[in-house]
Write a protein that binds this ligand. Structure first.
Ligand code: SIN
Length: 303
């Protein structure tokens, strides 16, 4: 048995494979395909204080080696989650992490404070990178000043592990990685989706009702990998890599570039068991290479 556990702050992760927000609901959906306790963590679908209807349909479009989405953070709000969903998932023996969103800094702060009341939620992923909403989201995460303000405001009220999810739609990912670290983040996760679009030529209409949406999947992997490598070199806090990870070799690329952990997202739509295969593949690789200390793999291309 090889050990791939690690800590972010005081929080222990049994392995480096987490599921990405918005790709497996609240985790219950996964239970038919894999035991949740096998995962390093589950990042829940993006949540807001108040219920949100999300964007008009169509909200999804397939593109070459990728997928565009413009869900618009549809969710039933914190109160519904606390009453109906949390009781169903709080016994999962893995790290359940809430992805929090808001229109204003006050919204983010209020939601982060409410989450502290949920004993079995050890961390939040602060989403300042959703490309599909007019207020909040990427608007916060692509402006250094608002990014600073929202991260430090949430840090003041949230005592547990704070992961900040960064947008790739910036010129310098290093700048935003540093802003997160300097304002109290325990970790950064990157990347969220790239702003993209596609046109349904036969209908002579945009494929998405909102015209633009977030691009994910293998199409973005080399771009995501480059950004994870750049971010990991510019901060000391652990980096969680995201972006088109379909198999163990993709995951290993991110880890070798400097990611302590990775999130699997779009792959789940094709193979909901992909995270298990990735965990197994990483362990096999370590065994084959005779690497007994997982930390030696992290960022090994830079050593
Ligand atoms: C969405 O709900 O539109 C996607 C969320 C995100 O990209 O952060």
């Amino acid at each position: 048995m090889v050990k791939t556990g690690f800590n972010i702050g005081k929080l222990f992760f049994k392995n480096p494979v987490l599921t990405a927000s918005g790709t497996c609901g609240y985790g219950q959906e996964l239970k038919d395909f894999l035991p949740p306790e096998k995962l390093g963590g589950i990042i829940l679908k993006g949540m807001t204080n108040e219920p949100r209807e999300g964007n008009p349909y169509p909200r999804m479009a397939e593109t070459p080696s990728g997928m565009l989405n413009s869900v618009g953070l549809q969710n039933k709000g914190f109160d519904y989650f606390e009453k109906y969903i949390y009781p169903q998932i709080k016994s999962f023996d893995t790290n359940i992490i809430i992805n929090i969103n808001g229109n204003t800094i006050e919204d983010y702060v209020e939601l982060a404070s409410k989450v502290t009341t949920l004993e079995k939620i050890p961390a939040i992923e602060l989403n300042i990178s959703c490309p599909n909403v007019k207020m909040g989201g990427m608007a916060f995460g692509t402006n250094p000043d608002t990014a600073r303000k929202v991260i430090s405001a949430v840090r003041k009220v949230y005592p547990h592990v704070l992961i900040v999810k960064l947008s790739p739609n910036v010129t310098s990912i290093e700048e935003f990685a540093k802003i997160a670290e300097d304002n109290g983040a325990d970790s950064i996760s990157l990347i969220n989706t790239f702003l993209g679009m596609s046109i349904d030529v036969k209908r002579m209409r945009p494929s998405l009702a909102t015209v633009t949406g977030g691009l994910s999947g293998p199409a973005i992997k080399p771009l995501a990998l480059r950004m994870v490598w750049q971010a990991a070199k510019s901060v000391k806090i652990p980096v969680i890599g995201i972006g088109g990870i379909m198999n163990a070799f993709d995951a290993l690329e991110f880890i070798m570039a400097g990611a302590t952990a990775i999130q699997v997202g779009t792959a789940l739509f094709i193979d909901p068991q992909a995270p298990l295969k990735i965990i197994h593949g990483i362990e096999q690789f370590l065994l084959e290479k005779g690497i007994t200390d997982y930390s030696n793999l992290i960022g090994c291309i830079n050593k």
